[in-house]
Design a protein around this ligand. Structure first.
Ligand code: DAH
Length: 331
């Protein structure tokens, strides 16, 4: 009887060792543990027979049973650790980052050359103490022309071909209209810069567009003179072109300034016309309720496209509106 139980225990131990070594998941291992060592497990079944043993055999077989129990427990623990370690290794392998792989590129957006030109001009004038002003693109005749000393029958209206709506309102032909709107609502002294979109019935070609951008500059105070205008414009041109280039103030005509000038700058060997300017006409000051005997001021207007084309050597204005990434990525 004793030897029979002992050999059963040995066989159990062998089978258990093999089965445990072959278990390939923690769940299977747990099933084996219950099957061998659980309350109704195989070891318990064999031990139930112990009662039939003689008093001298019992302790010996008991010791063997204990040994085998410990052995199975150790096997289970070892296999469990191996399976867990294998699982960890698999995870580590799966999550390894190969730092030699090429990275994923995220395209970075940048400012359109028109916007970056506007930003540059704004930065310069903000540095000179100017604040930004805005006005509507759909304007009335009054703000676009009349208040700017350009009455109905004034020949200067032909200088700008205007888009009109049926109700008589229009698409502003210049940002000069913002001058009037701002002065109506503010008292001098003032210094403003007004960037914005403007519209003209121009035939589109390499240098013309029906929609384009201007930046208006206006300063009103007591005692402002043409020297202030000249100094301001020259400082602006020096900052934007990054050099103290020769400039030329040519006498010109605008209805809303007197005297008026157009400014040329010598850039890369050529004289380029870059902006119009002048001393604000007393009639414009009167239109907004300022006393021209007390206040004077200067104004200027420049084309953003023109500056962008000069600064970036762009040969055709239409490139600025085509949204062709091959072109835009250069800036
Ligand atoms: N408004 C003018 C144009 O569109 C540009 C201009 C000229 C603006 C002289 C001014 C100025 O403020 O003083 O052609």
């Amino acid at each position: 009887m004793a030897s029979e139980i002992e050999s059963q225990l040995q066989i159990l131990a062998q089978l258990a060792q093999k089965a445990i070594a072959e278990a390939d998941s923690l769940q299977k291992l747990e099933e084996l543990r219950i099957g061998y060592l659980g309350k109704k497990g195989q070891l318990s079944l064999i031990l139930k027979e112990m009662g039939k043993l003689s008093a001298e055999d019992r302790p010996r077989i008991g010791a063997v049973a204990n040994e085998i129990k410990t052995e199975i427990q150790n096997n289970l623990t070892n296999q469990q650790q191996q399976l867990q370690q294998g699982e960890i290794n698999r995870k580590i392998l799966a999550e390894t980052i190969d730092v030699t792989m090429p990275g994923v590129g995220y395209p970075i957006g940048k400012s359109h050359p028109l916007q970056s030109t506007i930003d540059k001009v704004i930065d310069i004038f903000v540095g000179l103490g100017y604040t930004i002003a805005e006005g509507p693109q759909i304007e009335s005749d009054y703000y676009n022309f009349t208040a700017l000393n350009t009455p109905e029958d004034h020949p200067a209206r032909d200088m700008q071909d205007t888009f009109y709506f049926e109700d008589g309102s229009l698409l502003r032909t210049h940002t000069s209209s913002v001058q009037i709107r701002y002065m109506e609502n503010n008292e001098p002294p003032l210094r403003i810069i007004a960037p914005g979109r403007v519209y003209r019935r121009d035939t589109v070609d390499a240098t013309h567009s029906a929609v384009f951008h201007q930046i208006e500059i206006l300063a009103i105070d007591k005692g402002l003179t043409f020297s202030d205008l000249k100094g301001t414009i020259k400082e602006f041109l020096r900052q934007i072109f990054g050099d103290d280039l020769p400039t030329l103030f040519r006498a010109s005509y605008f209805p809303f300034t007197e005297p008026s000038a157009e400014v040329d700058v010598q850039w890369q060997g050529k004289w380029l016309e870059v902006l119009g300017c002048g001393m604000v006409d007393p009639n414009v000051l009167k239109a907004v309720g300022y006393d021209p005997e007390v206040y004077s001021g200067f104004a200027a207007g420049l084309g953003v496209e023109r500056f962008a084309m000069i600064l970036h050597k762009i040969d055709d204005i239409r490139r600025l509106y085509n949204s062709d990434l091959r072109f835009l990525q250069q800036f």
